[in-house]
Ligand binder design. Structure first.
Ligand code: SAM
Ligand code: DTB
Ligand code: SF4
Length: 339
């Protein structure tokens, strides 16, 4: 007799490797902002049902991809992103740290792997890497890749030729977020524009790497602007393979500290809308999980999130302990995606 149980499902399942999936789902449509906003406006249960149905057509609904972040160069950034504790111009208490040595990065990658992460994402607080910055990062990419981990980096804007160097070193994914809707972008960041972001994303795609591109909500944007961000992402050709959705982590000293917090259900809706509009992409429940609690995170999984940042730190702010995440996955009968 089959027993209803809250125990984790233990039987192995066949998992597809990301390369075998295509984010460019056949017949994928172009989304107008109004169409995306109409999804946001659905009754919550209808939206979640639709998102979960879409999710099950493309993914195993009970597996979650685990990526671990490491800040390889922290703080002192010349950019003015209004949400970011690493911008030099804001007094946030973040201690700057020059580029880490290779052995420290490798040790962190091994530890992440031993805890079950399959992707290791290296983040640097740069506007973009200079050639002398990039060279040691290439060594890090090679060494992390040699462990059998997928590699990801987020280093800011790339100049011509840099994406190819990263690809040749073995970089699988490059993370570069559009962050918000084009018309709201200038309210948040003034030191670069939307087109700069799109140019880097094009370089990454042209070099043949996977694109990791998402955004942040809770910046004070309107629902229409959240829909505008999702429409931008979904209309990329192809859409990003990985779509991190961050909820603003408010850090004292940043201009956005004190912004009215987003209703958690609106965050869940954002995940659901990302899932429906980008059915073949991994949607990552990203920054803000620590503040969210288990129930809202579970709703995000129901809404189609299938990836998380795993490990007790994001770049400079906290993230749930890995034991907490494993306990939550067990409670929900979810399994980490295998390498
Ligand atoms: N400097 C590079 C850049 O801006 O592309 C890479 C690192 S940057 C910290 C990566 C992303 O982290 C940003 O695009 C933003 O989406 C997210 N982020 C930064 N600060 C955040 C915060 N306080 N809360 C949520 N997400 C944040
Ligand atoms: C992404 O979209 N979120 C991550 C990763 N890409 C690099 C970063 C979140 C940063 C949260 C604030 C901090 O820890 O400094
Ligand atoms: Fe610098 Fe990136 Fe932070 Fe912007 S988000 S201030 S570019 S580290």
């Amino acid at each position: 007799m089959t027993q209803a149980t809250s125990q984790p499902t233990t039987q192995p399942i066949v998992l597809h490797r990301p390369e075998q999936r295509s984010a460019a789902v056949e017949g994928s449509q172009r989304w107008s902002v109004a169409e995306v906003e109409a999804l946001f406006d659905l009754p919550f249960n209808d939206l979640l049902f639709r998102a979960q149905t879409t999710h099950r057509q493309h993914f195993d609904a009970n597996t979650v991809q685990l990526s671990t972040l490491l800040s390889i160069k922290t703080g002192g950034c010349p950019e003015d992103c209004g949400y970011c504790p690493q911008a030099a111009r804001y007094d946030t208490g973040v201690t700057s740290q020059a580029l880490l040595p290779l052995d420290e990065v490798l040790a962190a990658a091994k530890s992440a792997q031993s805890l079950g992460a399959t992707r290791f994402c290296m983040g640097a607080a740069w506007r973009g890497p200079k050639q002398r910055d990039l060279e040691p990062v290439l060594d890090m990419v090679k060494a992390v890749k040699a462990l059998g981990l997928e590699t990801c980096a987020t280093l800011g804007m790339l100049k011509e030729g840099q994406a190819e160097q990263l690809r040749d070193a073995g970089l699988d994914y490059y993370n570069h977020n559009l962050d918000t809707a084009p018309e709201f972008y200038g309210d948040i960041i003034s030191t670069r524009d939307y087109q700069d972001r799109l140019d880097t994303l094009e370089r990454v795609r042209d070099a043949g790497m996977h694109v990791c591109c998402g955004g942040i909500v809770g910046l004070g944007e309107s629902r229409t602007q959240r829909a505008g961000l999702i429409a931008q992402l979904a209309n990329m050709e192809p859409p990003p393979e990985s779509v991190p959705i961050n909820n603003l982590v408010q850090v004292e000293g940043t201009p956005l500290h004190g912004t009215e917090t987003l209703d958690p259900f609106e965050f869940v809706r954002t995940i659901a809308v990302a899932r429906i509009t980008m059915p073949g992409s991994y949607v990552r429940l990203s920054a803000g999980r620590q503040e969210m609690g288990e129930a809202i995170q579970s709703l995000c999984f129901l809404a189609g999130a299938n990836s998380i940042f795993y490990g007790d730190k994001l770049l400079t702010t906290g993230n749930p302990e890995s034991e907490m995440d494993r306990a939550l996955m067990n409670k929900l009968g979810m399994r980490p995606e295998l390498a």
